[in-house]
Design a protein around this ligand. Structure first.
Ligand SMILES: [Zn+2]
Length: 309
């Protein structure tokens, strides 16, 4: 231990409610602060700090790993969104020889720019008002709650998820009501390591509905700019009456399901999902999946020349 006797820990003071304007984000486990020291070419660096006092990485409980990593990811996304920086770096120091100077575990998250010379420049203290202004800005760019789900698998570094449209015999769309948020969704979710989008979707449908269904063709791939993530939408089958009767929802995850017309679905679903589905269905006859950005068609759907016979 390197903290002196009677150490007044500055991060424990913030955890107790001081300097609240410096705090960008906070959960029960983790808080994210604007650093009061900025490097000349990298203003607005963040600190991701466990709420509980642990001096360094040697003492950090493994259970804090996931909350810390989630906060680090969201801090990086907020920096990308607020500054459009070229990259993001993290650093975490332990003991004096490791350049630690606050005796409460923290991870630096720096916005990076080509040629910024971060590691050869020195940080300097910033006036409180500037720090607080920066925190207010980054709060506005913090990823929305709907994007906090664990998206473990990435496509070119981007988190990926897949969903599918399932229908009843009247052509209405199956939507599901999660227990953990107000907006509805469609069956599907984040991909797990080693899964193709189709494999992941089959697993999710089985977990969420208790049904093994034949997933249909890919309808759309959508890039969501705000969270830099990739979403796949597949077309599914029309469910038979006995399949619908056999739907079993996981009680801790889904409250209910229903079949609705597209307009009703648009009203119930998360706005980004509603936009994605509407555009995908508008182009369903095109014979090829459509490429979307933020739910809007982003590449032309011209007819292609026929392949040579
Ligand atoms: Zn502390």
């Amino acid at each position: 231990m390197h903290e002196p006797e009677g150490y007044e820990c500055p991060f424990c003071r913030i955890a107790a409610g001081h300097q609240a304007r410096r705090v960008v984000h906070r959960t029960d486990d983790v808080m994210v602060l604007v650093n009061i020291k900025w490097w000349p070419n990298n203003p607005g660096g963040l600190l991701v700090v466990p709420v509980e006092h642990h001096e360094n990485v040697y003492e950090l409980p493994p259970a804090l790993g996931t909350p810390l990593q989630r906060a680090i990811r969201d801090a990086a996304l907020a920096l990308k969104s607020a500054f459009g920086c070229d990259g993001v770096s993290t650093r975490q120091h332990n003991e004096p020889a490791g350049n630690q100077d606050v005796w409460h575990h923290h991870t630096h998250v720096f916005p990076r720019y080509h040629g910024d010379d971060l590691y050869r420049s020195r940080g300097a203290m910033v006036p409180t008002e500037e720090v607080d202004r920066m925190a207010a800005l980054l709060r506005q760019h913090w990823p929305a709650v709907e994007d906090q789900s664990d998206l473990a698998v990435t496509v070119a570094g981007k988190p990926a998820a897949a969903g599918c449209l399932l229908y009843d015999d009247a052509g209405r769309i199956l939507v599901v009501e999660p227990t953990y948020r107000d907006t509805w969704g469609i069956p599907g979710g984040a991909l797990e390591p080693g899964e193709s989008p189709l494999d992941g979707l089959r697993r999710e449908v089985l977990e969420e509905l208790g049904l093994a269904v034949e997933i249909g063709p890919l309808l759309a791939v959508d890039h969501r700019r705000a969270v830099d993530s990739i979403r796949f939408v597949f077309d599914g089958p029309i469910l038979a009456a006995e399949e619908i009767a056999a739907i079993a929802l996981p009680a801790d995850e889904l409250r209910s399901f229903r079949f609705v017309e597209l307009d009703e679905a648009t009203r119930l679903l998360q706005p980004d999902l509603a936009r994605r589905i509407r555009t995908a269905l508008d182009h369903r006859g095109a014979g090829a999946a459509v490429y979307l950005e933020d739910g809007a068609l982003a590449a032309p759907t011209q007819p292609r020349p026929s392949p040579p016979a």
